[in-house]
Design a protein around this ligand. Structure first.
Ligand SMILES: Cc1ncc(COP(=O)(O)O)c(C=O)c1O
Length: 351
């Protein structure tokens, strides 16, 4: 049985969170002398002298209108990277509790676990299809496993994990299952957001860094039960989402149609790029992808990587990553960028 109260680290449960000036007063007033801000304002941009809303309600309500998830079920993070860190810090007692990840996958789960001195158990994806090894996961779980991180579509392989497998884990694992959906907008598969009501142990991560095209703003979203979000709110830095990010994201959310058409364009370009790469003699395999990147196996990935780098085209060499021997991860570019890539690679063939 899932028991949030038992899952939270005792010190976090006992913690009296910092109470900021802006969270203690929420009415309207004409003079604010409560937060030691600069009352005169910056000579550059007058309106950035005030601390932003610590809980970003306006932004969350706007996200609610699009995602159909209550604002109380969201925690905004300084990138979804911050969300990953907060989850580990809230629920894993350093040196005792563990997380489980399924490599090859996004590297920051392991990094934040290490930063927090939380041991990591690795159950590799199946070599034949990059899907979850359910038996392996079952065998690797311990009483101290607090979080399982599942990335779907997965980075760097690009594929979506089978929905039934994720559901199987949600139904049988009593602690938290984090489904990282950074790339969900590029996939035909349904998000797990619609399952939040049914699974108290489900946490979904999304980000503004990919489909929304706002990586520089650093804005990620954790979706979970309001009770779980309350725990994360206790430990997050009070003003973790700055005012400029909140303002720009609010504006961006008005452009949903444009974002959707950019997603369609990216998906089309992904298939053109995939076809062009597949026609090159030194490309052995392009793995199926639901993301805005492709994993491609080369005859000699490092040689291709270095060749491209020397021509000012940077892709990601994943050759040293488990199950990704001789693989490059290539982000889908604009048609012009992809043309440059393909032209360079055609010359590699002739070199
Ligand atoms: C699977 C996955 N999750 C999370 C992130 C981090 O996203 P953010 O920019 O929101 O920190 C990335 C970034 O590449 C990613 O690939």
């Amino acid at each position: 049985m899932f028991d949030l109260d038992k899952l939270v680290r005792p010190n976090i449960k006992a913690l009296k969170p910092y109470s900021s000036a802006r969270s203690e007063f929420s009415g309207s007033a004409s003079v604010f002398l409560d937060a030691n801000e600069n009352s005169f304002g910056s000579p550059l941009t007058k309106w950035y002298n005030r601390y932003p809303d610590p809980l970003q309600w306006e932004l969350k309500r706007k996200i609610q209108a699009i995602k159909n998830v209550p604002a109380e079920s969201m925690l905004l993070g300084n990138g979804s990277d911050e969300c990953i860190d907060l989850l580990i810090r809230a629920f894993c007692e350093p040196g005792i509790d563990r997380i489980l990840v399924c490599p090859p996958t996004y590297g920051m789960y392991e990094v934040y676990a290490q930063v927090n001195n939380v041991p990591v158990d690795f159950v590799p994806l199946r070599a034949e299809d990059f899907q979850l090894d359910l038996e392996g996961i079952e065998g690797a779980l311990t009483a101290s496993t607090k979080l399982i991180f599942l990335c779907s579509p997965n980075n760097p392989t690009g594929n979506s994990l089978y929905r039934e497998d994720i559901e199987m884990i949600l139904n049988n694992f009593d602690n938290l299952v984090v489904v990282d959906e950074a790339y969900i907008n590029y996939s035909r598969n349904r998000s797990f957001l619609s399952e939040l009501k049914d699974y108290p142990n489900l946490v979904v991560l999304q980000t503004f860094s990919k489909a929304w095209g706002l990586a520089a703003l650093r804005l990620g979203v954790t979706y979970a039960s309001p009770a779980l979000i309350d725990v994360l709110n206790k430990i997050k830095p009070p003003y973790n989402i700055n005012a400029a990010t909140q303002e720009i994201a609010l504006k961006a959310l008005e452009g949903l149609e444009e974002v959707n058409s950019m997603i369609r364009e990216t998906v089309q370009e992904r298939s053109a790029l995939s076809d062009a790469l597949a026609a090159l003699p030194f490309v052995q395999k392009i793995f199926p992808t639901d993301a805005n990147f492709l994993l491609a196996r080369m005859t000699d990935a490092t040689a291709v990587y270095e060749y491209l780098r020397d021509r000012g085209i940077i892709v990601r060499n994943r050759s040293n990553v488990l199950l990704c021997d001789d693989c490059l991860r290539i982000t889908v570019g604009t048609p012009g960028q992809d043309e440059k890539l393909i032209n360079a690679l055609k010359e590699y063939t002739n070199a």
